[in-house]
Design a protein around this ligand. Structure first.
Ligand SMILES: C[S@@+](CC[C@H](N)C(=O)[O-])C[C@H]1O[C@@H](n2cnc3c(N)ncnc32)[C@H](O)[C@@H]1O
Length: 212
């Protein structure tokens, strides 16, 4: 069984599923793919999808999808999910620039963005640029929130400015050193591959939860 959907041709954004067969699940992920009306949560820049798997394990009645452009990482995450028999996990390999093409407006209940790159360089490539916030706003149901975790000071500061200057955005919680005190949400304690590396280097982990 394949739990990975892919879009190879960015000019022609058609998804393929098992055995390269074309699929279209826009508006139908819960009903036709997960067969579960529970919440749908996306992890963007998921890499190997550590957050996706941890959330799925702790919330068996909800649906989780990891999204990244890097195939090898996604396949590793999918293999782990299958080995752990997690029925509520899927992966989507695509560029986040076009993630809105594969979902209906308001189809998503919650988003995690975990240790995304790039941190420096052109702002319009950062996953908290207004260009990306527009896409997340389209995907999310009204009041659905975005969880953003990073180790990078520049990206954290840039993201705060970007969110604060986005019309209608509201920061629900922010912390520039989440492990300094007791965690306010237990999901913050899950650690990705990159997070473990950053912690080993002594970096502080930062977090923002916001609505758009
Ligand atoms: C530093 S890794 C973090 C991976 C994982 N979240 C973790 O914490 O271990 C950043 C990931 O963001 C993904 N990424 C960055 N920009 C992206 C974009 N525009 N579309 C899809 N994936 C993107 C990269 O492919 C990469 O896997």
């Amino acid at each position: 069984m394949s739990i990975v959907y892919e879009n190879y041709d960015y000019e022609n954004p058609i998804l393929t599923g098992e055995n390269g067969v074309e699929v279209d699940y826009k508006g139908k992920w819960k009903s036709e793919v997960f067969n579960n009306p529970g919440n749908l949560c996306l992890e963007l820049a998921c890499g190997r999808g550590e957050y996706t798997l941890a959330l799925a394990k702790d919330n068996p009645n909800e649906n989780f999808m990891g999204i990244d452009v890097k195939g090898a990482r996604i396949w590793r995450g999918a293999k782990n999910a299958l080995e752990q028999n997690l029925k509520n996990v899927r992966f989507l390999r695509t560029r986040i620039e076009q993630v809105d093409l594969f979902f209906d407006k308001g189809e998503v209940d919650e988003i995690w963005i975990t240790f995304p790159d790039p941190f420096h360089g052109k702002d319009n490539r950062k996953l908290t640029h207004h260009k990306f916030l527009d896409r997340y706003k389209y995907l999310l149901k009204d009041g659905g929130w975005i969880n953003f975790k990073t180790d990078d000071d520049n990206l954290f500061d840039y993201s705060l400015k970007s969110i604060n200057s986005y019309q209608g955005a509201n920061i629900l919680y922010k912390n520039d050193d989440i492990y300094a005190d007791e965690l306010p949400f237990k999901e913050l304690d899950y650690k990705t591959h990159y997070e473990k590396n950053h912690l080993a280097e002594g970096k502080k982990i930062k977090f923002i939860r916001f609505t758009l």
